[in-house]
Design a protein around this ligand. Structure first.
Ligand code: PLP
Length: 422
């Protein structure tokens, strides 16, 4: 294939995939068979079956194997998985929890839901937490760090875990966008003290809505489990191997329906095949960017562990990022820029209005107004300028496992054409 940009201004025809939802587009006979069987059983409540027989329990068992952790609890969302993780770790009123400037707003919301205070730290060129800035944000109130493995990229876990150990902090991995990612050979979720996954529609595999809370520590698991179900201890009594090791306390209801459990069990069995396809596609896409000047690729703390769900590069200015993304879209690609002050993307702290303005559902303004431990954190839109700069200069190409060879080749043509001219 010629590497010269085509001479014409006419858009090249990039044959876009029909969908960018990775798990949902795999829904096929396997999912239909398991979900139908769950329906035919007329029993969608996991604890009405012998403990190991529910689809939800079978998902948990298989997820435990592939994640390399001792305990997995399926829950009804990624947000509830983070809440279970925070409760599990003992995060309490007025504690500070450090999160990256780039994560879905639910990470911050989960912290507020347990009456703790999110502290926002800078990201670096990996689009994940910058360990040096995390260390600067630690105060005597800090209880935990939540590395978020954004867009399939594992965070710098060696550095983050070392900082946490040095300061006596807990680590909760937000793996919502990195199901199946690895860091130096270890599955994400198994590296910190606990991990949280989302199984929502937009994630790598889906339960429709759902999540998973994982940990190697039985006490953390029992605490999170209690919070996920107000009657957890009663269900657990039936199984001598899972009896609680802690006195019970109040919980909500984050249980997963067995219908969703059946769906995600079928999805999980396809996960590593999907990731293999994504990683191969990303490798070929990256080869097309080889030698192109004036761009810089996203850093990967562990390239082999990246999920391959997106390809990100930086250009020298936010203004050029917007023009490049727009030009690539004109060629038929699904390229996007990330940060724009005018477009309220909920993945950037800049647009987390209720956090920045300290709004609350509580009429007394908790947790912001706590008198026992008055909040010492203030927010403003300029507090993470490096993250705003990095995100502004990003061009993101979402990848999906169904991209054909022809599509990947046509993206190469589009890259060469656009990046030479725009
Ligand atoms: C999606 C997502 C969540 C929340 O998951 P839900 O299932 O929507 O509650 C949390 N963190 C990150 C990084 C996410 O992408």
């Amino acid at each position: 294939m010629s590497t010269n940009p085509p001479e014409t201004d006419a858009p090249c025809v990039v044959d876009k995939p029909a969908s960018y939802h990775i798990g949902p587009q795999e829904i096929g006979e396997e999912e239909i068979a398991l979900v139908t069987d769950a329906l035919r059983s007329k029993n969608l409540f996991r604890y009405l079956k012998p403990v190991e027989d529910s689809y939800t329990a079978r998902f948990e068992n298989e997820f435990r194997e592939v994640t390399g952790v001792k305990h997995v609890l399926a829950v009804n969302s990624g947000t509830s998985a983070i809440i279970c993780g925070l409760v599990g770790l003992g995060v309490s009123s007025g504690d500070e929890v450090i999160i990256p400037a780039y994560t879905y707003i639910a990470t911050a919301a989960a912290i507020l839901a347990v009456r703790a205070i999110p502290v926002v730290a800078e990201i670096d060129d990996s689009l994940t937490l910058d360990p040096a800035d995390v260390e600067k944000k630690i105060t005597p109130r800090t209880k935990a760090i939540i590395p978020v493995h954004m867009r399939g990229t594992p965070s710098r876990m060696d550095e983050l875990v070392a900082i946490a150990r040095k300061h006596g902090l807990k680590v909760l991995e937000d793996c919502a966008q990195c199901n199946g990612g690895n860091y130096k050979g270890r599955p994400v979720g198994s590296i910190g003290d606990a991990g949280a996954f989302s199984l929502q529609q937009f994630k790598i595999i889906t339960a429709g809505e759902g999540g998973a809370f994982v940990t190697n520590d039985k006490t953390i698991f029992d605490r999170g489990g209690c919070y996920h179900d107000a009657a957890f201890s009663f269900w657990m009594e039936a199984d001598p191997t899972s009896r609680l090791t802690i006195p019970t306390f109040v919980g909500e209801n984050y249980r997963l329906s067995d219908l969703n459990g059946a769906l995600v069990l079928a999805q999980l069995r396809k996960r590593d095949r999907i990731l293999g396809q994504l990683r191969a596609i990303k490798k070929r896409m990256l080869a097309h960017l080889d030698g192109i000047k004036n761009i810089k690729l996203q850093e990967q703390p562990d390239p082999a562990g990246d999920c391959g769900i997106s390809l990100v590069f930086f250009v020298e200015s936010a203004e050029r990022a917007r023009r490049v993304a727009e030009a690539l879209r004109k060629e038929g690609m699904a390229a996007g820029s990330v940060f724009d002050k005018g477009i309220p993307d909920r993945h950037i702290y800049y647009h987390w209005d209720y956090v920045l303005e300290k709004r609350s559902s509580d009429v007394y303004g908790q947790p912001w107004t706590d008198t026992a431990r008055p909040c010492q954190v203030n927010y403003d839109k300029d507090m993470c300028p490096r993250s705003v700069d990095i995100l502004g200069r990003c061009v993101v190409i979402p990848l999906t496992q169904v991209m054909s060879d022809a599509h990947v080749e046509s993206c190469g043509v589009a890259f060469r054409k656009v990046l030479a001219r725009v």
